[in-house]
Design a protein around this ligand. Structure first.
Ligand SMILES: Nc1ncnc2c1ncn2[C@@H]1O[C@H](COP(=O)(O)OP(=O)(O)OP(=O)(O)O)[C@@H](O)[C@H]1O
Length: 311
């Protein structure tokens, strides 16, 4: 459990975090989202005592990180996967970390196996690819078998198989009752991994909700209709105040009336339908809507109104 209360961090004139409060609960994967510069890394650094808050407080499992006698056993952290002695092997790196907490070879071997690093465990970390470095960072986070895991961009640099592996691992750790807090810019990945989402924008919490709630809000009223009689159906739907966009010769996107009504109108006129699909909103849509005023750097093309899109 992570509990942040009115957490504020200023760097000179710049307010990186502005009275941020949230709880990250056990048994769930909580995703931490926000545009570049929103304050995610700052928050994670404050949680593990790598930086000092200007005001407010944050505790992990009921205590400030520095107050834990054996922090590795309480909180596993992946913040900067490159912050490793590059001349050491992965095995020696983990063994040296474990030595500070009485963690021995057996557990080191276990986390090496768990993260798929067996074949490179004796190689110098300096020669590791980005993905191998990420796996080593995750191995280090798991070393103390902690109840809380904080992973900053854990899928960064991983190949598709590695991404799925992190997803399954995060979900498995949460099912075991652990608190799993992870940041990512990959929205589709977050939608499949997280149960709950906290979104920061310019140093403030702008959403703290279940993924289900956020997605339900994003759900639009669009319906995809595939028909060989698109030209005949379009005016019939328009008569019912629907807005219709042709996205291909036989494909329409319809807004303003439900799928069932579209089916009835088509049937009444003998129009054959090959597909009638209500379209779900995506976490990406929801995130974009939430953060549209919060982005620190935006190029003007990206800020232009979105044209009709084929989904
Ligand atoms: N050491 C520092 N000195 C001065 N300003 C800083 C420092 N660290 C962070 N900041 C500023 O604080 C704000 C929050 O930065 P932070 O790195 O926490 O954002 P983030 O959400 O992690 O971004 P990203 O997605 O790009 O990693 C930014 O405006 C950043 O420029």
């Amino acid at each position: 459990m992570i509990h942040a209360e009115n957490l504020t961090k200023r760097y000179g004139e710049r307010t990186a975090l502005d009275s941020v409060s949230f709880d990250v609960k056990p048994g769930l994967v909580t995703g931490f989202l926000g545009p570049n510069g929103a304050g995610k890394s700052t928050t994670m650094r404050l949680i593990v005592g790598l930086d000092r808050a200007t005001s407010g407080s944050v505790t992990v499992n009921g205590r400030r990180y520095a107050e834990h006698a054996a922090p590795l056993r309480e909180v596993g952290v992946l913040l900067d996967a490159k912050a490793v002695h590059r001349g050491r092997s992965a095995f020696d790196h983990l063994l040296a970390m474990g030595a500070t907490h009485g963690i021995g070879r057996k557990r080191v071997d276990e986390v090496i196996a768990l993260t798929g690093l067996e074949s490179v465990a004796k190689k110098r970390v300096g020669g590791f690819s980005l993905g191998m470095g990420q796996r080593l960072g995750i191995a280090a986070a798991l070393l103390g078998d902690p109840a809380t895991l904080i992973l900053d961009e854990p899928v960064n640099g991983l190949d598709p198989e590695g991404v799925v592996w992190v997803r399954n691992l995060a979900r498995h750790l949460a099912r075991e009752g652990r608190t799993v807090f992870l940041s990512s810019h990959l929205m589709s990945e977050m939608a499949q991994t997280a149960d709950h989402i906290i979104v920061l924008g310019r140093g403030r919490v702008i959403a703290d909700e279940s993924v289900e709630t956020i997605m339900a809000r994003a759900k639009g009223d669009a319906v995809r209709v595939r028909t060989p009689h698109a030209a005949q159906l379009t005016p019939l739907l328009a008569e019912q105040s629907a807005s219709v966009t042709g996205t291909a010769a036989d494909l329409l996107e319809v807004h303003g009336i439900p799928a069932a009504r579209i089916g009835e109108i088509a049937a009444a006129s003998g129009v054959i339908l090959h597909e009638l699909t209500p379209l779900d909103g995506s976490l990406e849509d929801a995130y974009m809507a939430l953060t549209q005023d919060e982005v620190e750097y935006r190029d003007t093309a990206a800020a232009a109104p979105t044209p009709e899109v084929v989904r």
